[in-house]
Design a protein around this ligand. Structure first.
Ligand code: SF4
Length: 216
């Protein structure tokens, strides 16, 4: 029987968190609570929705049949706090991509340290091409198009990972906005001050944001 997984959302196309056109899968739940995290909506472990890993892999396959994708980005939340589900998902996606006409990379985010990932989650890393890891740290300064803060590492795990993520990356600030079920989702790595600037700009047009994911 397929493992249960708790997710925040699944989105396609994602064009700002990885190479090419992608499917994004956001896990629900993160106990790391990095100060300055802009995804506080993904912290609560019981929020989001529950499904099975098989259903997620089937959904990815269905989406990619209609419109081929270049990769899958797994984010959160902290995906590695659901290790059984993440292991089954990574294995399922690795099997699925074997049958794809184009190369599909698997990229995951994690707030865990690189050493912790290698020590405790080798069987998951074995299916991934790259992982962006380490806590988000405000003090560390701005990251880039893949990293929220400069201390974070992009760990390259395969040749495909090296080809796509071993090159110098563009700056942060490449944001994608989507509206689903009356909610506005921003996908990507904002520059410092982007979100406050967005709020100020909207306020001048009479729009006040509430329930934003970057404030308690
Ligand atoms: S930045 Fe990532 S690891 Fe840190 S609290 Fe937010 S979701 Fe969790």
């Amino acid at each position: 029987m397929s493992v249960q997984v708790r997710l925040s959302r699944v989105h396609h196309p994602v064009t700002s968190l990885g190479w090419g056109s992608r499917i994004g899968i956001w896990f629900q739940g993160c106990s790391l609570h990095c100060p300055g995290c802009i995804s506080r909506d993904t912290w609560e472990h019981e929020a989001g929705f529950a499904t099975t890993v098989t259903a997620v892999v089937d959904h990815v396959a269905q989406v990619a049949t209609a419109e081929p994708v270049d990769g899958v980005t797994i984010s959160g939340g902290e995906p590695f706090e659901q290790p059984e589900a993440l292991a089954e998902l990574a294995a399922g996606l690795a099997g699925w991509r074997e049958g794809q006409a184009r190369e599909v990379d698997l990229l995951s985010y994690s707030g865990l340290r690189q050493g912790e990932l290698h020590q405790a989650h080798g069987r998951i890393l074995a299916h991934l091409d790259a992982v962006v890891c380490e806590r988000f740290e405000l003090k560390a300064g701005e990251g880039d198009a893949l990293r929220g803060s400069a201390n974070q590492n992009v760990v390259l795990l395969t040749e495909l990972g090296r080809q796509r993520y071993g090159q110098p990356r563009g700056p942060a600030g490449q944001l994608q906005v989507s509206v689903e079920d009356g909610r506005v989702w921003m996908i990507g790595i904002p520059r410092r001050g982007d979100l406050a600037g967005l709020e100020r700009a909207l306020r001048t047009t009479g729009v006040a944001l509430k329930d934003v994911s970057w404030r308690p």
